[in-house]
Design a protein around this ligand. Structure first.
Ligand SMILES: [Ca+2]
Ligand SMILES: [Ca+2]
Length: 541
């Protein structure tokens, strides 16, 4: 969401206008009793339980754009049946969770963030039965499923907004934000959020086709809780929440990260924690650490840290220090990533490092070995590049590169809904699956090491050191300590870990060719880290 959306949506606005769809000014005033409305019935908690191990929440997760992942029926649009066919690939990769970008019925026919029905599956993706089958198949492989939930705004074509905008005395009027005169002084990411309609001015922070809900209205919050339970009751393992910095506005100079937002998310976390073994994570670039608090989302994406990770990988020593320090003041349950579906978070990693594989591996090792729940963006594991002939966010949301086919990428038997990634001919699953030296094999090996060592998946973060281009830290659980050193520089460096149990045996976890040793009588262990490489050791307690 956020800023980049504006660019992606411009062509869509034109097409909507061309087909007469839903501009605010075109709303027709009708008697309230004839207004459209949505099913807002209450949904009681009915927890089906969880078949997943508690460790599934440690990740790694993979973020998947269903429209771009796998088409099963040749219409050129990815769907749930296609995604289900790829679950064995995802299990083999080693992920323990999947974040699906919106799968609810939407108005945009693209990214899905303009939700027109919160309790229905996007028809282009399949049916509710297809969704249930997908979740069951993921669970059977030990993989959890979280889905995007968009609470800040709906589609303008959502019946709730059609009701709200259709008449000043409709049942849903107060479900959105209205003013009889146009408020002044507002600027949301460069846009005036107040849009005109025949019944007044409504607030839409991101796009005139995505009106903001009035989240001060208890009925609206109750509706969203009910809609979340609709999915949790079906076995969904949690949610990724969009734009939680934008939920409640308190004025033209107080519209982002307002105190009410933390309370709203904390109430949702409490509701979600009433179910077994669930997880939720928030998008809140305005305050990632604050929204990670257990009184708010419990976990939020570490925006900011991602830029430093990539800068460190590219050789910035000041960024190395920032990366080393990050988790000294950040909750360990934050979600870490190096790119996602939004351009404001950066290009695809391959494009950020211009295809430099040593730098690529260093960035990945950093976010896989530090604290935080790792989130891989689909295709990152094979080094998919942007398609820079596309604009805005679209360049990041191309069909998954399954094969070297430069037209279909192996994604569809038909014509893909969008051009494929620029480097599909070289970076694709088919080319990398059997290659022990491929990027895909690197991801699998690193994920395997992370999952094999609880200290890496869930340990503390201790003794972070940044010395020039080298970072080191230790991570511990009750049963083991992991020693990690990453050298981002172009010359070998030596690292000395101290404060360790005298005489303890030191085992190698990475690289496979490494050599272990023993802690000295003074409690130290020294090692040499080759240029642009990293080492991981473990000591059993
Ligand atoms: Ca399809
Ligand atoms: Ca809002």
């Amino acid at each position: 969401m956020r800023r980049a959306l504006r660019f992606a949506l411009l062509p869509m606005l034109v097409s909507l206008a061309a087909c007469g769809g839903g501009g605010g000014g075109s709303v027709t005033v009708v008697p309230p009793e004839t207004l459209p409305d949505a099913d807002v019935s209450a949904v009681a908690k009915s927890d089906p339980g969880s078949v997943l191990p508690a460790t599934w929440k440690q990740g790694p997760f993979i973020e998947i754009y269903v429209r771009g992942y796998q088409d099963s029926d040749g219409d050129g649009i990815g769907d749930l049946k296609g995604l289900t066919q790829r679950l064995d690939y995802l299990k083999d990769l080693g992920v323990t969770g999947i974040w699906l970008m919106p799968v609810t019925q939407s108005q945009d026919n693209d990214h899905g963030y303009a939700v027109s029905d919160y309790r229905a599956i996007e028809k282009q993706y399949g049916s509710l039965a297809d969704f249930d089958a997908f979740v069951a198949a993921a669970h059977a492989r030990g993989i959890g499923v979280i889905i995007d939930y968009v609470m800040n705004h709906s589609a303008a074509q959502n019946p709730l907004f059609l009701n709200s905008s259709g008449a000043k005395d409709g049942a849903r009027r107060d479900w959105y934000i209205w003013s009889s005169t146009k408020p002044s002084g507002w600027n949301i990411y460069g846009n005036d959020p107040w849009k005109s309609s025949s019944t007044g001015y409504y607030f839409a922070g991101f796009w005139d086709q995505m009106p903001d809900f009035n989240l001060r209205n208890a009925s609206v919050l109750a509706y969203h809780h009910d809609s979340m339970r609709f999915w949790l009751n079906r076995g969904v393992d949690g949610f990724r929440f969009d734009a939680v910095g934008n939920l409640v506005e308190n004025g033209p100079s107080a519209w982002e990260g307002q105190p009410e937002n933390y309370v709203i998310m904390g109430d949702i976390l409490s509701m979600l924690n009433g179910y077994q073994n669930r997880y939720m994570v928030c998008e809140a670039p305005i305050d990632p650490k604050g929204f990670s608090a257990s009184s708010a989302c419990g976990s939020a994406f570490a925006f900011g840290h991602n830029y430093d990770i990539v800068s460190a990988a590219k050789g910035s020593s000041s960024a190395v220090a920032a990366v080393a320090n990050y988790f000294t003041g950040a909750p360990a349950n934050m979600a870490a990533m190096v790119s996602n579906h939004d351009a404001f978070a950066g290009d695809r990693l391959w494009t950020q490092v211009n295809g430099n594989l040593p730098q690529y591996r260093l960035a990945v090792a950093t976010y896989m070995l530090q604290p935080g729940v790792p989130f891989i963006y689909y295709g990152e594991e094979i080094g998919m590049a942007n398609n820079n002939s596309l604009s805005g966010d679209w360049k990041l949301r191309t069909p998954m590169s399954w094969t070297a086919d430069t037209t279909t990428a192996g994604f569809t038997t038909g014509k893909p809904f969008r051009a494929v990634s620029s480097n599909v001919a070289t970076n694709n699953v088919a080319a990398q699956l059997g290659d022990a030296n491929s990027l895909l094999s690197f991801y699998k090996a690193l994920i395997s090491v992370r999952k094999a060592h609880p200290a890496l998946a869930a340990g503390s973060y201790d003794n972070p050191q940044a010395n020039g281009w080298t970072m080191s830290f230790t991570r511990s659980t009750a049963s083991e300590t992991a020693l990690v050193a990453i050298n981002y520089g172009s010359t070998a460096s030596s690292v000395n870990f101290t404060g360790l149990p005298a005489g303890a045996s030191v085992s190698v976890a990475w690289p496979a060719s490494g050599v272990g040793g023993a802690v000295t009588s003074g409690g130290s262990f020294s090692t040499t880290v080759q240029p642009q490489s990293f080492v991981v050791y473990t000591i059993a307690k």
